[in-house]
Design a protein around this ligand. Structure first.
Ligand SMILES: Nc1ncnc2c1ncn2[C@@H]1O[C@H](COP(=O)(O)OP(=O)(O)OP(=O)(O)O)[C@@H](O)[C@H]1O
Ligand SMILES: CC(C)(CO)[C@@H](O)C(=O)NCCC(=O)O
Length: 499
């Protein structure tokens, strides 16, 4: 039976169906990460010492065999199959047996679930146990199917507490409780990511690698040992959206940036533009494609390279300059997702044929029908890193879903395209500003012409992400500075001839 695909999507407002579960207590496994709801600062309901203790106990009781990361697109589950089953009274009972049998007798679960057998790790010693780590994933929009499957297979009788991370640990918390009688011991997703990464890099010799001769016929991977002291380093976590972390030590890290143009954007846009219905289909199709037929390259604009800034064959859409004086400036960054991307995508998606028409259409649209917000993943804010529920987590992230796709109107697509492009520029501008230690960011270019939506978004984003430190500035002559500048140079120069 196609259990995980029975329900197309699952919101936490599910029929309460509290199941009787076996009383169950297990030693703490999760000493590796700090449970988020044990931090009084982070959760309103752990304000008192007694409730803090209650939550700590929940974590003590958390099942040692499961870690689940309920992301915006995919649920990732790690199952630790211990070898000590016979001597450990905690692992006995029909719930455990049913769970083990179900997991191990399948490589596929429903239409989206798989067990990644190639990643299995044997002989892992964790918390006094030895066992095998199994890796499983399925689509987050099959959560309803998962609850049904757990119920139908007797898994709901076990366990009492499960370790969980990702936005879905918050969003689906009450559904876990009501459907399965399972309490979630919640852990911060970034801390869990770092903890898991360090464990795997230590335990699995081939975990970390790099590409030698990328983009050539001789390309191949080479193992790389991160070593015991890799700090500081940066993690770019490309999920539905993208988070960028600076890791100073195992427990000291900051989220230095992120962008809503991520994996969800890729699948969402491909679904809309090329009619595919999965990430794999999108990748397979992309492998056969030639993006030069779609993207505008530097050479399409320059007829060759823009050598002064080392720009070869990429698309130029926007540049970010650090201006030290009228004649001293460096190009510190840029992105190919710019004004041209907005018009190009709107033409493809919404059938408009000009920038103005795209803006007019976008003004009437509602991008929330298209983009996946933080609250769509978390059910609210992700407060630890100041990500409010209204922040876009994954541009076009809803568009991988067929029903959402059908209900998105052209104006919504236009608005979402505008938000995507603007968010991406804002995220990169902010990072460039903080890297180079400047507080004033001047936005220019005709993408902003008559485009108050983008200007306001940029202004808000700069202020929001920098806690008021970075100021977004705009100019009335939006796109005319270059033309005026070269004229002035000519008029002011002694020689009147062009270079
Ligand atoms: N089988 C798959 N089904 C759907 N998406 C996939 C699949 N395999 C890879 N992807 C890609 O991976 C992305 C999800 O990655 P990941 O599981 O790391 O993120 P997430 O945890 O769901 O999202 P977030 O961290 O933003 O909440 C998808 O948006 C898609 O681009
Ligand atoms: C919201 C999360 C953290 C959920 O994992 C992720 O999707 C993300 O980092 N999105 C990008 C948000 C931004 O920085 O614009």
């Amino acid at each position: 039976m196609d259990l995980l695909s029975e329900a197309p999507s699952c919101d936490p407002e599910i029929q309460p169906e509290l199941l009787k579960i076996r009383e169950y207590v297990s030693p703490a496994y999760a000493t590796l990460a700090v449970p988020v709801d044990c931090e009084p600062r982070l959760a309103a309901d752990v304000a008192t010492t007694s409730s803090y203790r209650r939550h700590s106990q929940d974590h003590q009781q958390a099942i040692q065999w499961f870690g689940i990361d309920v992301g915006g697109t995919l649920v990732k589950a790690v199952y630790y199959e211990t070898q000590n089953d016979k001597t450990d009274p905690l692992t006995e009972g029909e719930g455990v047996a049913a769970m083990k049998k179900f997991i191990k007798s399948n490589l596929k679960y429903g239409s989206t679930g798989i067990r990644d057998q190639r990643l299995e790790m044997h002989g892992q010693k964790i918390g006094g146990y030895t066992g095998t780590l199994h890796f499983i994933k399925f689509a987050t929009n099959r959560m309803c199917g998962f609850f049904d499957m757990a119920t139908n297979n007797g898994l709901a009788r076990f366990p009492k507490v499960v370790c969980a991370t990702g936005g879905g640990a918050f969003k689906f918390e009450s559904a876990f409780q009501e459907r399965l009688g399972v309490k979630l011991a919640k852990y911060d997703e970034m801390q869990s990511l770092i903890t898991g990464l360090h464990y795997l890099c230590r335990e699995y010799l081939d975990e970390c690698y790099y590409w030698e001769n990328p983009n050539s016929d001789q390309s191949h991977t080479v193992p790389f040992q991160l070593g015991p002291d890799p700090y500081p380093y940066i993690i770019v976590n490309i999920g539905s959206g993208v988070s960028i972390l600076r890791v100073n030590s195992a427990n000291d890290f900051t989220r230095i940036g992120g962008t809503s143009v991520g994996g969800g954007t890729f699948t969402g846009l491909c679904s809309l533009l090329a009619g595919v219905d999965s990430f794999e289909a999108a990748i397979t199709l992309a492998e056969k494609g030639d993006s030069h037929r779609v993207d505008k390259l530097v050479r399409d604009i320059y007829g060759g390279d823009y050598s002064r800034f080392g720009l070869g064959g990429e698309v130029v859409a926007s540049s970010i300059l650090r201006v030290n004086s009228a004649t001293d400036f460096t190009r510190i960054g840029g992105t190919s997702v710019g004004g041209g991307t907005f018009t190009g995508l709107c033409s493809l998606l919404a059938g408009v044929d000009s920038f103005e028409a795209a803006i007019t259409l976008a003004e009437k649209g509602d991008s929330h029908r298209v983009d996946k917000l933080v609250r769509d993943i978390y059910g609210g804010d992700y407060s630890r890193f100041g990500l409010g529920g209204e922040v876009v987590a994954s541009s076009f992230g809803h568009m991988a879903n067929v029903d959402r796709r059908k209900s998105a109107r052209p104006e919504d697509l236009a608005k979402a395209t505008l938000v995507t492009v603007t968010n991406n520029i804002g995220a990169i501008a902010r990072m460039c500003a903080s890297i180079s230690g400047v507080e004033r960011v001047v936005f220019v270019g005709n993408y902003l012409c008559g485009n108050e939506m983008s200007m306001q978004m940029l202004a808000y984003a700069m202020e929001y992400w920098s806690q008021g430190q970075i100021k977004a500035l705009f100019l009335r002559h939006e796109g005319y500075f270059g033309a005026l500048g070269c004229l002035l140079s000519r008029l002011n120069s002694s020689s009147q001839g062009p270079d």
